[in-house]
Design a protein around this ligand. Structure first.
Ligand code: S3P
Length: 443
């Protein structure tokens, strides 16, 4: 991570106009490198997100024995070592700011007879790891950490003979589910994950893409039962990474709240387990048009056209949270510019993201004159169709807080300043330049 602190202000802007493509999906990018490394042969990836989080996952794959090579912009080649084929790395694996990279690789290592040390930056060192270590220890891995709660840095000895488990995660988390499935690759028989709330399914889809047998059945009203047959031989297959809907949410919300704007975002992934924000914004009155809906690499994508319009407050049900878990800070910004109250229910998991995102979002809004409350795990924003702005927002090493605050500033009466934009590069390199090209005023 570039440790130079980079403060920035976003000022009220004229209409945002333009057509642009946000970077590749972060979840799919991490998984393409990890699963590519577990295949036998060469996987070619195009459209990879070249943000710091994903680059760190690539470095970890190299340290574990795969050949990972950049061949052009967003174009990468991975020569894998096969399931359970990782080698013991010579040095600790550093995941920087990325919980996803770290937890997924912990899972992948847990099924291999190697020992690795996992570390990250000050933000990642505060995040809970016990949740992944518990099921992986049941499968035969052994973790040791000097920090309380199994936090980083931790050392993991993978299982020599991993055992398959039936696992019901205590929280809706694609990272947790994926860690268990990745460890289950090396186990004989069936590894089962039962989710009460379906979370993003990129791991399941990509496992199938590489030839594994994965059965997915509905479980209860909102859940899924995922059964992986262990010890497959994964065969390489090309991966095309679509544009990240979570990254698209920032220019999209900016296009809705900056008067007179019209923005087109190209090739945005519309996986239904990722599009909770778009559904919510439509309920608030947003016109988000899908142009040229098509398939790319096994995912539905479309160009999204948004025009600025009046928004109204809504209630967002808790069962929608997994499909928009990363989008609440920017939804809270949209809710500030809506008329009426928006209640976002069931946001417990926001407290353990790159920052305590619930607290950081509340502080961001309050500092900029928006009336906001927290009731239990609910975030309540009383929108008045405007925000005063004028606040200096602490981003707490959290890229999504930084981008949300800057989006807010583009439509606020006074500029919104952020203390540090450096972490935006973890997921969305070039964000500020892209917004400037569409007419955003930053300085
Ligand atoms: C991700 C899962 C989510 C999300 C993160 C990416 C993934 O985390 O917040 O940005 O790629 O699996 P949880 O699974 O912990 O909710």
């Amino acid at each position: 991570m570039d440790q130079n602190i980079a403060p920035l202000a976003a000022r009220r802007s004229g209409p945002l106009k333009g057509r642009t493509r946000v970077p590749g999906d972060k979840s799919i990018s991490h998984r393409s490198l990890i699963l590519g490394a577990l295949t036998v042969g060469q996987t070619r990836i195009t459209g990879l997100l070249e943000g710091e989080d994903v680059i760190n996952t690539g470095k970890a794959m190299r340290a574990l024995g795969a050949a990972v090579e950049r061949t052009g912009e967003g174009a990468w080649r991975v020569n894998g070592v096969g399931v359970a084929g990782f080698a013991t790395p010579a040095a600790p694996l550093d995941f920087g700011n990325s919980g996803t990279g770290c937890r997924l690789v912990i899972g992948a290592v847990a099924g291999c007879p190697v020992t690795a040390t996992f570390d990250g930056d000050a933000s990642l060192r505060t995040r809970p790891m016990r949740r992944v270590l518990d099921p992986l220890e049941r499968m035969g891995a052994r973790a040791s950490s000097v920090a309380e709660g199994g936090r980083l840095p931790l050392t993991l000895a993978g299982a020599r003979d991993p055992v398959p488990i039936v696992y019901e995660p205590p929280v809706a988390s694609a990272q947790l589910k994926s860690a268990v499935l990745l460890a289950g690759l090396a186990a004989p028989g069936e590894t089962v994950v039962i989710e009460q709330e379906a979370s993003r399914d990129h791991t399941e889809r990509m496992l199938r893409h590489f030839g594994a047998t994965v059965r997915v059945e509905n479980e209860g009203a909102h859940g899924r039962r995922i059964t992986l047959t262990g010890q497959p031989e994964l065969t390489p297959a090309p991966i095309t990474v679509p544009a990240d809907p979570s990254s698209a949410s920032f220019p999209l919300v900016a296009g809705l709240i900056v008067p007179g704007s019209e923005v087109i975002l190209e090739g945005v992934m519309l996986n239904p387990l990722r599009t909770g924000l778009f559904a919510t914004l439509r309920e608030m009155g947003a016109a988000i048009e899908e142009l040229d809906r098509r398939d790319e690499g096994g995912e539905d994508i479309a160009d999204l056209r948004v025009r600025a319009c009046a928004l109204r407050g809504v209630t967002v049900p808790p069962e929608r949270a997994p499909a928009m878990i990363d989008e609440y800070p920017v939804l809270a910004v949209a809710a500030s510019f809506a008329e009426g109250t928006t209640r976002m229910r069931g946001l417990k998991e926001l407290r353990v993201k790159e920052s305590d995102r619930l607290a950081a979002t509340v502080a961001m809004l309050r500092l900029n004159g928006v009336d906001v409350e927290v009731e239990g795990d609910d975030l309540i924003v009383h929108g008045r169709g405007r925000a005063g702005g004028g606040g200096l927002v602490a981003t707490h090493m959290d890229h999504r807080i930084a981008m949300s605050a800057l989006v807010m500033g583009l439509a606020s009466e006074q500029p919104v300043r952020v203390d540090d934009t450096a972490f935006i590069a973890t997921s969305f390199p070039g964000f500020v330049d892209m917004m400037r090209r569409m007419g955003g005023d930053f300085g």
